[in-house]
Design a protein around this ligand. Structure first.
Ligand SMILES: Nc1nc2c(ncn2[C@@H]2O[C@H](COP(=O)(O)OP(=O)(O)OP(=O)(O)O)[C@@H](O)[C@H]2O)c(=O)[nH]1
Ligand SMILES: [Mg+2]
Length: 487
């Protein structure tokens, strides 16, 4: 293991920043590399960081990356790079970690697994979420510089620059951070588009759908993904009637400020109002640009009821809307879903996808699923929470994904069944013959830390329960590392 020696200490620039260092929110910065000694803290700051602390950070971050199939196959190094927020309870710190590979012809897979981790006090972790965009850019830049140099001194210089940049950036941030991350999700669209019904559908409050009245003003509710979670997710269901829409646009600062995610609803059965709805969409985007807010947008082409699936007219409408929407929205990330309250899965897919956009660990989750799929010969995997919300999904091919989607309603049934079976303490359900005899769906309850989660595995060929059982402990352990900071 290499430890950094003190040449830099005598130089002026560092002294000048002593004050900044002391008061900075940034507590520790570590470049870890999987070298001949295993996961090692390669360059650490502060230099007097306890050795065990450095080692712990290196082990935890690198072990989540190791075993990655891309890495093992020695494919291109660009294949592996993702961010995650990891808790370090033993150190009372929270880390933003970037995983990447450093090319090294002599190493297995021609690359060394590496991570850059920035750590702050646990209670300040909201700092990461609020500044994620900026932090991602400078860490990403640092990593690509590190990838190009071999010498320790050069790498040290690059890490010193990162530190300086982080100090510079954080010194102007005065506000103390609240302990909880607060997230704001908006549901917008014309009146009768189905926003309120969508929420009832997600929550399986079916009897309420029938009774739903037009929303007056705005209705706020809280979302809980886990019984115990470290963020407050506030959902704003905005009444779509003209007067409320106008008020919303007038007071756009109140409504759109700090928005983290937006669901926009279009009633595809009401093409007479297509111009009206497109106009609303444009106005909202203009307001967002004006306020410099760029939340991901989930576009729900709603009321796409199951009996309309074959309709040519509807198909044309869908294409037309998608084209129009894409025209003026290059600056936004927009994902389109076709939804209907009569297709529970369609609601869950759209909603879960939206929520996953808020998770700093979504790439890490997907990666863990991918690894597990490989070890168990699964073609597709879903990870659900207790409410049936999809936390993460992985599928080997578009075809497996399609099969998974087609059989999704059955999974939902299985899920309900499972709730009953819970009394029987049976946590494995195997079902075959859904699509044809050779294909199997396995449903399993797993415990990850203190959370109950559900796994759905789709297997095209062989069913190897024993492989699943064997690989589960590791899988659960890795998930436990990243679930605390899922959202
Ligand atoms: N066919 C069909 N009808 C739906 C669907 N979703 C909602 N509806 C119906 O559309 C009507 C309006 O639904 P709401 O959920 O109240 O619409 P909203 O967007 O909340 O309306 P405002 O609160 O006025 O903005 C109700 O009669 C719902 O039953 C759907 O997917 N398919
Ligand atoms: Mg409503």
């Amino acid at each position: 293991m290499t430890t950094s020696k003190t040449k830099a200490k005598k130089e002026k620039p560092v002294e000048k920043n002593e004050q900044a260092e002391k008061s900075s929110i940034i507590k520790t910065i570590v470049l870890s590399v999987f070298d001949e000694n295993g996961p090692s803290p390669h360059i650490v700051w502060p230099e007097d960081l306890k050795q065990e602390a450095g080692l712990l950070i290196a082990m935890k971050t690198i072990s989540l990356l190791m075993g990655d199939s891309t890495y093992q196959n020695g494919e291109v190094t660009e294949g592996v790079n993702y961010f995650g927020v990891l808790p370090f309870p033993d150190l009372k710190l929270n880390g933003l970690t970037y995983f990447f590979l450093i090319p090294e012809p002599k190493a297995r897979g021609q690359a060394l697994a590496a991570t850059i981790t920035i750590l702050i006090d646990d209670e300040n972790k909201v700092f990461f979420y609020e500044n994620m965009k900026y932090l991602r850019i400078i860490i990403d830049k640092t990593a690509s510089q590190i990838q190009k140099v071999k010498k320790f001194d050069k790498q040290k210089e690059i890490m010193d620059n990162l530190r300086e940049e982080l100090f510079e950036f954080s010194k102007d941030l005065k506000d103390p951070y609240s302990a909880r991350r607060t997230l704001k999700i908006l549901l917008v669209g014309l009146d009768r588009a189905g926003k309120t019904s969508f929420l009832y559908g997600i929550r399986k409050q079916y009897s309420e759908i029938i009774k739903a009245l037009p929303t007056k003003g705005v209705e706020r509710t809280e979302e809980t993904i886990f019984e115990e979670q470290h963020s407050a997710i506030s959902i704003w269901d905005l009444g779509g009637q003209k007067e409320y829409r106008e008020r919303f646009l007038e007071q756009r600062k109140v409504y759109l400020y700090n928005v983290d995610l937006m669901f926009f609803f279009i009633d595809i059965q009401d093409m007479d109002r297509i111009n009206e709805v497109l106009e609303l969409f444009t106005k909202i985007l203009d307001s967002l640009i004006e306020l410099e807010e760029f939340p991901p947008i989930i576009l729900c082409l709603n009321k796409f009821d199951p009996d309309l699936k074959g309709s040519k007219d509807i198909f044309k409408s869908l294409e037309l809307i998608a084209d129009e929407i894409k025209k003026n929205s290059e600056r936004f990330f927009i994902k389109i879903f076709q939804t209907s309250i009569f297709d529970h899965w369609s609601l869950i897919s759209a909603y879960s996808f939206g929520l996953s956009q808020l998770s700093p660990n979504r790439e890490l989750f997907k990666n863990q699923l991918k690894k597990f799929a490989k070890k168990t010969n699964s073609d597709a995997i879903l990870l659900l929470n207790e409410n049936g919300i999809i936390l993460s999904n992985y599928s080997k091919s578009d075809i497996s994904e399609k099969v998974f989607e087609i059989s999704a309603p059955h999974f939902q049934e299985l899920y309900k069944l499972f709730k009953e079976f819970k009394l029987l303490k049976q946590d494995f359900i195997v079902s075959s013959g859904m699509v044809d005899e050779s294909k199997k769906v396995i449903f399993k309850k797993i415990t990850v830390d203190k959370y109950n989660l559900y796994l759905l595995l789709f297997m095209k060929k062989s069913l190897e329960i024993e492989k699943i059982e064997r690989n589960l402990p590791d899988f659960s352990k890795n998930l436990a590392e990243i679930i605390y900071t899922y959202i």
